[in-house]
Design a protein. Structure first.
Length: 385
């Protein structure tokens, strides 16, 4: 702080004394406000300046009000909540999640949800990320990946009728980009860039954790493998094209006696942004050689608005008498670049029943692992073994 900020320094020192008088540790306050570890100490030391909303919330936890902190200000703050990059309020039987989206103060409505469920999701993320404080840098990315995957699956269980893609894009992503959900030592980190690195791995974990145990009982192994395992399994694939291990997301093997047999690869994507350059060449080579190569996606796509709609990128399906399908849909249905596509965006339009296509687009959710995706995988292994 500069010298002319001395008044603020005294104010924050007073906040420190009020906390000690209340018999609460910094961790106690952070727990009640669902803050990452280190924020209260950072505020009290003047290393970060709390907003008025943060200050009022801390005072509420301490059982104090503004008059206790600064003589002359009227009124006692009985309850307050400071706005986060993702915060929620109860409106009747529905929950409204607020976040900044471009130039808009956006809102996403979760019917039949409540703030207790929302707090549980945020705490799951925050508690997971809190492990970064005592971790070695070498495992930091694994901790972030695990935290995001756990938070998303917690949200999917809490709100089984919600659009999974909305939960990923409007709740988990926004909560991850809120610096207060991270330890204070990462206050200057660009969380948008951090998300780009973490989200892809976390989504792979979501896939494996949701379907892995169920498929295992069917004799199928769905897993994320280290590079050496990928290389070993790829060496058994008879294709002319060179397959790069680091481009593979999730592997599929089947139990064949005392060994396992590779029979496919799952391409995992939040959206279609990098699909053409990273996945299509490998997918086409695998399919040509008799392996399965499905695309598994959240199909996230929305535009900034007060009430944004996550419409996805696949557009409308083939209509009788006209074909106004998007190029991305034609890549799958007409060109068969993937064995099938499984979208977890309820706004995605599936391939119509009876349509003559090379590969189908299915819409799934996280209500139960026995669904179109797992049935496709099990049936494919049955044909292969």
């Amino acid at each position: 702080m500069a010298g002319n900020d001395n008044y603020l320094r005294l104010l924050l020192a007073r906040l420190h004394r009020l906390r000690e008088e209340a018999g609460l540790s910094p961790a106690d306050v952070e727990e009640r406000l669902i803050l990452g570890p280190g924020w209260i100490a950072r505020f009290e030391a003047g290393e970060s300046t709390p907003s008025l909303g943060v200050l009022l919330s801390v005072l509420r936890v301490l059982g104090k009000g503004l008059p206790d902190l600064l003589e002359g200000l009227p009124g006692r703050i009985e309850d307050s909540a400071f706005e986060r990059q993702a915060w929620a309020e109860q409106l009747g039987k529905d929950l409204v999640v607020h976040f900044q989206y471009g130039d808009f103060d956006a809102a996403y409505v979760l019917p039949g949800a409540n703030t207790e469920q929302f707090d549980l999701v945020i705490k799951t993320l925050r508690d997971g990320l809190s492990r970064l404080v005592a971790s070695d840098a070498a495992v930091n990315e694994a901790i972030k990946t695990d935290s995001v995957a756990k938070a998303f699956l917690t949200a999917a269980r809490a709100w089984p009728h919600a659009n999974p893609s909305d939960l990923w894009w409007f709740v988990i992503y926004r909560a991850y980009c809120d610096p207060f959900n991270h330890p204070a030592q990462f206050a200057r980190l660009d969380f948008t860039q951090s998300w780009k690195r973490t989200a892809g791995w976390a989504l792979e974990e979501v896939l494996v954790r949701h379907y892995g145990p169920y498929l295992k009982r069917k004799g199928v192994n769905l897993f994320i493998a280290p590079s050496d395992v990928k290389e070993r399994l790829l060496s058994t694939v008879r294709v002319r094209d060179r397959l790069e291990a680091d481009k593979i997301d999730v592997l599929l093997t089947g139990d064949a006696g005392r060994s396992e047999k590779l029979f496919g690869v799952v391409h995992v994507k939040a959206s279609f942004a990098e699909r053409r350059t990273d996945d299509v060449p490998m997918s086409r080579a695998l399919i040509k050689a008799g392996y399965i190569s499905p695309l598994w996606t959240m199909d996230c796509k929305s535009m900034p608005a007060r009430n944004p709609v996550n419409k996805g990128e696949l557009g409308q399906a083939l209509q009788r008498g006209s074909d106004e399908r998007s190029a991305k849909r034609k890549d799958i249905e007409s060109d068969g670049y993937f064995s099938a596509c499984f979208s977890y965006n309820s706004n995605t339009v599936p391939t119509p029943s009876g349509a003559k296509v090379r590969a189908r687009i299915h819409v799934c959710d996280f209500n139960h692992p026995d669904d179109a995706f797992s049935r496709f995988i099990v049936e494919s292994w049955g044909k292969r073994k």
